[in-house]
Design a protein around this ligand. Structure first.
Ligand SMILES: NC(=O)c1ccc[n+]([C@@H]2O[C@H](COP(=O)([O-])OP(=O)(O)OC[C@H]3O[C@@H](n4cnc5c(N)ncnc54)[C@H](O)[C@@H]3O)[C@@H](O)[C@H]2O)c1
Length: 258
């Protein structure tokens, strides 16, 4: 029980990495707030968390709206009276050639992936300062480390998340608040499945073929499960990592080591 009696907010908890993190945190004793725009899927996560023995609430939240993020934090305080851990995981992907990318595309990806992470931090930091402790884990991506074709805007936001986490790690160290990011490689979630579909349609080849290509990118030659990323998030959220702040952990199956 690495998170016994800890209170955690997990954004983007309806599916994928966020859902796996919510279930793992429940098994480790955390009480959670699950935040997402997808109420139906989030309520399925609520059930899975409760089945795993966890206490949880769902707060419908669009992380790109500051007012929603503020409400997410307030509801968590009303329910549990403290926030020990914030996992800024909600994100959207954009795979498009630069010249076809519209202003709306840019605004959407920036507002969820960058502003959403920042708002989460902004509204949690004052409470963590008051408590004298806290941990923030932001989900970035390999796209923030390496250049990927058709990923300029997405990669830009993820590079921004790595830089933001580093800066906040430095800013908040004296308040006993640790801030780090995790950069996953290819993880088998609805997001990646969606990417594969888009790419297959664009190139007129099968989804299986695109999936095989993606798998070849990592030296382990397979995708990660969402649970493998959740374990990294747990590590950074728990007292197992008390000497890590302002850092980024790559969980990418060796993709960027090549
Ligand atoms: N799957 C991968 O291969 C991969 C690789 C690197 C990084 N990531 C990152 O991991 C994180 C989780 O992604 P995933 O792969 O589990 O995808 P996913 O699509 O399964 O999960 C993302 C979740 O975020 C939610 N979300 C989207 N916009 C939101 C908003 N405005 N407000 C609140 N919630 C919102 C979605 O509803 C969804 O539940 C993302 O930040 C993503 O960029 C994923």
């Amino acid at each position: 029980m690495k998170l016994k009696n800890k209170v955690a907010i997990i954004t983007g908890a309806a599916t994928g990495i966020g859902r796996a993190t919510a279930i793992l945190f429940a098994k480790e004793g955390a009480k959670t707030t699950l935040a997402d725009i997808k109420a139906k899927e989030a309520n399925e996560t609520v059930k899975l968390v409760k089945d795993a023995g966890g206490e949880t609430i769902f707060v419908e939240t669009d992380v790109s709206k500051e007012v929603d993020v503020k409400k997410m934090v307030e509801k968590t305080m009303e329910k549990y009276g403290r926030i020990d851990i914030l996992v800024n995981n909600a994100g959207v992907v954009l795979v498009k050639p630069a010249e076809q990318t519209t202003e709306e595309d840019v605004d959407k990806v920036l507002s969820v992936n960058f502003k959403g992470v920042f708002f989460g931090c902004k509204h949690t930091i004052p409470l963590m300062k008051k408590q004298g402790a806290g941990v923030i884990v932001n989900i970035a991506s390999v796209s923030g480390h390496i250049g990927q074709v058709n990923h300029a805007v997405y990669g830009g936001t993820k590079g921004g998340v790595i830089a933001m986490s580093r800066a906040l790690g430095v800013e908040l160290a004296l308040f006993n608040i640790r801030v780090n990011s995790i950069s996953p490689g290819a993880v088998d979630t609805p997001m990646l499945r969606g990417d594969v579909k888009t790419e297959a349609t664009r190139r007129g080849i099968s989804e299986e073929e695109v999936k095989r290509e993606f798998e070849e990118q990592g030296v382990l030659k397979r995708w990660a499960t969402p649970e493998e990323i959740a374990k990294g998030i747990l590590y950074l959220a728990s007292d197992d990592s008390t000497y890590i702040t302002g850092g980024d952990i790559l969980i990418d199956g060796g993709w960027t080591a090549q």
